[in-house]
Design a protein around this ligand. Structure first.
Ligand SMILES: O=P(O)(O)OC[C@H]1O[C@@H](O)[C@H](O)[C@@H](O)[C@@H]1O
Length: 464
């Protein structure tokens, strides 16, 4: 049955725009997240006609659902915690994320065994909960925008329940090339593709990922697989107005002073800001920085690597191990090269947005070297807020490369020696060239800000 307050535009994603924590006194603390979707949805006026369907992720969220104290315009689904853990950690983050980012390596090769099948059943249940909720909440002919690899089966399920809806799916990740996608069991590969192709439109951050998806669909499902589904590309850009205003606030100014003090007068900075995420390639970034100090002793004492890596998916052992190896390597570099008044690596493993913005502003070099990345917004944000221009060392495997490649120093993310050379090249770039490149990078990075990115998708869905 369709809800009496049916919505015209619906967004569905695992993580929603708000999260709750339960305070000791029993009250709930609501925190609004940032990101492209949040600002995109506010562009069409979140509220009356729009609804965001997401999963309750922790005890605070579940309590908010039980008390019915949720925000207007947001519906959290209280899916069984075990089902959610299997779908999110087991399938979405350990299988689909690994396939699309090509992260499997010995000894992490996939074994699609009985445990995988059990988790896959949870993934189906979890997707079904979203499809049912969307079917109940959508007005006749409404537009539904389903997000990411957590919810690949939703478009197909929803299409069966509500053939009247206009359904779009957007992937914020890369899409795997055919041979890698074929690691998945055949029936699962078919189910994922059929699920997505239940949408009227399937969209990606770059042409490269859209082409890879199309190739997989034809290879697995045969010619004609894409009939009836449009393919779209929308390269999410940085939100210049928000970033420029936010980066001038007092807390960022205070961090600038503190960071400058920690770096020391007259030293250059190489900055990176990431989730502690395997695909971000933080370890090879540190290895390249160490190589720079080894090969070019003239940089010792004259450069500091600021690495902010905030915690992510720590329920998974492989992420915890990765975080530990990042910490270990940074300590090794500091022990090997540091002196009484120079710490070569400033590593922080917690999240502080104001501190990150301060680092963006003062960066001489930004290091963005992911193994694979859907887009990578750090590469787009740094040039927008940089105080004096910043040279960008950018992986050719980041989606952002398609738009920023010309003015970046481009690296193969596996090539530590070439990355070390690129860091040197970036550090010695003439100030004027750096300023000019930064201007061009900022223009390209802001070509499609979040609100326009979101409205473009709605318009395309309505017209195709
Ligand atoms: O697992 P989390 O913390 O909710 O993060 C999920 C998101 O992580 C981002 O890095 C990806 O670009 C998104 O595609 C993804 O949805």
């Amino acid at each position: 049955m369709v809800s009496e307050h049916a919505a015209q535009v619906l967004v569905a994603s695992n993580r929603g725009p708000v999260s709750y924590t339960l305070r000791e006194d029993g009250s709930l603390d609501a925190r609004r997240g940032g990101g492209g979707l949040v600002s995109g949805l506010s562009a069409i006026g979140q509220g009356a006609d729009s609804l965001w369907v997401c999963a309750a992720l922790g005890d605070g969220d579940r309590e908010a659902v039980r008390r019915g104290t949720g925000e207007p315009g947001v519906r959290m689904l209280d899916i069984d915690a075990g089902v959610h853990a299997d779908a999110y950690n087991g399938i979405a983050n350990s299988v689909l994320w690994f396939v699309h980012h090509m992260l499997y390596q010995t000894p992490l090769e996939p074994a699609f065994d009985a445990e995988f099948r059990r988790q896959w059943a949870a993934y189906e249940t979890y997707n079904r909960a979203f499809a049912d909720a969307l079917a109940a909440e959508a007005a006749p002919g409404a537009v539904v925008l389903v997000q990411d690899y957590h919810l690949c089966l939703v478009p197909g399920m929803l299409r069966e329940l509500r053939p009247d809806l206009r359904i779009g799916h957007f992937s914020h990740t890369p899409w795997a090339p055919v041979d890698y996608f074929r690691l998945l069991p055949d029936d699962i590969a078919r189910q994922l593709l059929r699920g997505l192709l239940g949408a009227d439109r399937v969209a990606f951050l770059t042409r490269r990922w859209a082409d890879a998806f199309a190739a997989c669909a034809v290879d697995v499902l045969g010619d004609g697989a894409l009939d009836g589904t449009a393919l779209g590309v929308h390269g999410l850009g940085a939100d210049a107005d928000f970033l420029r205003a936010r980066s001038q606030r007092q807390d960022v100014e205070e961090w600038l002073v503190r960071l400058r003090e920690r770096v020391g007068a007259g030293r250059r900075t190489v900055v990176r800001v990431d989730r502690t995420e395997l695909s971000k390639n933080i370890v090879r970034g540190l290895l390249a920085y160490r190589q720079l100090l080894t090969d070019r002793p003239e940089w010792r004492g004259r450069v500091v690597h600021i690495a902010f890596a905030y915690p992510s998916r720590q329920d998974l052992a492989v992420y915890r191990d990765y975080t530990a190896s990042v910490r270990r390597l940074a300590e090794e570099i500091n022990a090997a090269y540091g002196t009484d008044d120079w710490q070569p690596v400033l590593l922080e493993l917690d999240d502080d947005f104001a501190r990150s913005l301060a680092a963006y502003r003062m960066a001489d070099v930004a290091l963005v070297n992911p193994i694979r990345d859907g887009m990578n917004l750090v590469a787009k944000e740094v040039p927008v807020v940089s105080d004096e221009g910043c040279a960008l060392v950018l992986s050719r495997e980041a989606g952002a490369y398609e738009e920023l490649g010309e003015d970046a120093i481009v690296v193969n993310p596996y090539d530590v020696m070439a990355t070390a050379d690129a860091l040197h090249e970036a550090l010695v770039m003439e100030p004027q060239e750096r300023t000019e490149r930064t201007k061009r990078l900022a223009a390209a990075a802001t070509a499609l800000p979040p609100a326009a990115w979101f409205l473009d998708q709605l318009a395309a869905l309505a017209s195709e």
